[in-house]
Design a protein around this ligand. Sequence first.
Ligand SMILES: *Cc1c(COP(=O)(O)O)cnc(C)c1O
Length: 428
Amino acid sequence: MDAFEYRNKTLFCENVRIDDIISEVGTPAYIYSKNAILVRYNDLQTAFRDIDTLICFSVKSNSNLSICKTLAEAGSGFDVVSGGELFRAIKAGGDPLKIVFAGVGKMDREIRYALENNIFMFNVESVAELEHISKLAGEVGKKPRVALRINPDIDPKTHAKTTTGKKENKFGIDFTEAERIIRQSARYSSVDLCGLHVHLGSPIYTADPYARALKKILAFIQKCRNAGLDIEYLNIGGGYCISYTGEDVIQPKDYARKILPLVKEMQCNLIMEPGRFIVGNSGVLISRIIYTKETLHHRKFVICDAAMNDLIRPALYDAFHRIWPVNSNIKMPEVENFSKAILKRGMELVDIVGPVCETSDTFATNRALPKIQEGDLLAIFSAGAYGFTMSSTYNSRPRPCEVLVDGDCYHIIRERETYEDLVRGEDL
Ligand SMILES: *Cc1c(COP(=O)(O)O)cnc(C)c1O
């Protein structure tokens, strides 16, 4: 878990005790490690430094301005999927010339906004969108770079709800349609069709799906070049996995070993769009136990003050997050092996749930935890990506605060919402 480690039976983020942060900011709270974010970013950059690579952080994974600013200062570009994300990326100090814009439903007002800001590239997902971009660009006398987002029909072997590159998915353009666009590229005179983009889904635990997609794309780039259209940029999207259970997973250099030779063969500049890889294990969600309750026919419920509105991944994708008390005499196992054999003295099997009125408001079922009680703090790990950004105020629960730790210091980078925030803009 990198920046998060137990020292003397209490959890730290970098050099700061989680207990100390929580006594000031309360719960639930997202806590991120600045150093972990930068280490991850640099790992990727180092692994791919053999070729000209632009890393565009996927803003949807964690869009907090301070997180984006941290990455912008490190030289990162941004992958945005809406006008709102573009606004955030620019506000955080992102260089528009390093911003790429994806999404199947870009609206005219979002396209105009991106044109005004001279972003680096649009990743186009349909003929209709290409027509809109070309027309709107012509109106303002611009010629934006465009990459066709290819749907390569590759199964990345991840959750069905996070698979994006199979033919039945709404994303991208199939090869037949892409070929037609290339043949008729003269019709889109107000765009510079100079790239191809592919994003297969997430998280992807081997480099094979990328290699399979790239081989198909390699053949297609050759066709484009034969037709007189130079493809200078290849964007291979995101989806790089992280360890959710403590198990070893493949690292940037393992992806690079498979991907780099193919990209070199194509002689393209590389763009990548990591989100989860950079921030996923750089953040935790801290929650306090409100009650415990035992029912006749079931094991114990641990009811905590974080809920599905704060972190929806378990409810939405059956996602697994490690959970352990912030203070515990029992060491968190190195790897969660899902075996009841890890049940030691002083541990019990529990369901960890939130207060929201939905049965799916469950973070973990039948989980082995050290015995805990009211008032104890729990750390929900791997919560830095698709945590806060997917939060809502369902059940009129104000959203948690966000804290960024940097060495011995920490800063509140987003205030906890208040009841007044909940009704802002509503009229009586
Ligand atoms: C979500 C998304 C990403 C980032 O995915 P991660 O799994 O967080 O790396 C990259 N590109 C596109 C187009 C996306 O939609």
